[in-house]
Design a protein around this ligand. Sequence first.
Ligand SMILES: [Mn+2]
Length: 333
Amino acid sequence: MTPTATTTDAGVLGRIRDEILARQRFLITSHAKPDGDSIGSQAALALALRALGKAVRVVNADPPQPSLLSFPGVADIEVAPRVEGEFDAVIVVECPDLARTGVSGLEPHFIINVDHHPGNTLYGAVNWFDQGAAACAEMVFDVIASLGVPLTPEIATGVYVGILTDTGSFHYSNLSPRTFDICRQLLEAGANPVAIARTVFDDNSVGRIRLFSAVLSSMEVDDSGRLATLLMTKEMERRTGGRYDDTEGLINVPLTVREIQAVALFKEAEPGVYRVSFRSKGDVDVSEVAKRFGGGGHRNAAGCTVPGDLPSVRGRIAPLALEAIDRSGRASA
Ligand SMILES: [Mn+2]
């Protein structure tokens, strides 16, 4: 098969259906540090294939987030750096290239690639790549429908978890009428959107909230009101009972202020060394700032490690971040 850039035609879905129906033993994997779309897509697909009497193992390089563990099929997901055993096909969901799985031993197998990430390298024997899908789970929904497997509440829950998380709770731009049509069918099949959202998002601890509170209390906003800086120290971690590695989403809080265009979080890595994380909106390119200090990343999310005391590190970073904001203002003017 000659892969094409975006293969949304009915032909590829029919081919996936035929290849699955003709095979018996499956491995399903996804990207390392799996997100809600990875886990929801995998769990739903595994349940659907098992309903067809197939043998299915799901193997990822890293465990699911604890908040996802109670969803149907998720506890069965294995964590391993390498796959061993005989499989008739490997289905890779939500993964732009094979290396991103973090799992070795996949290459010799017949690979079915189902993904929506821009830049997918079409590494499979069969590739369904649709970057217009709001979540890989939308594509998995179509695969399950093509197989003729009835939607159970458990399967519907997995697909809904993927869509809910990958759309940022229905905030992001890839949403389409199709997204809501699928969700309508998922609810009709028994997915409970209130219970799912509570399970996914109500996973804070008191210590985590206290750590967030300490870090947000450190916020400084520059005179123009466009740049926020945050500080996190080991002392804050000790005092609050939060965990240093459990601060997902914290840096995004200042960005919810309309005027703030970029955020820099200075996280004390060791005495005299700061890990600096950046987030920005729109055309503000914070990766350029990170690169000046040997780091990198994307336009709107980047990071670097900088030695020095806080006043000097902040003093070097803040003017460059403001320049990045100024540049974007000029570009869009
Ligand atoms: Mn996704």
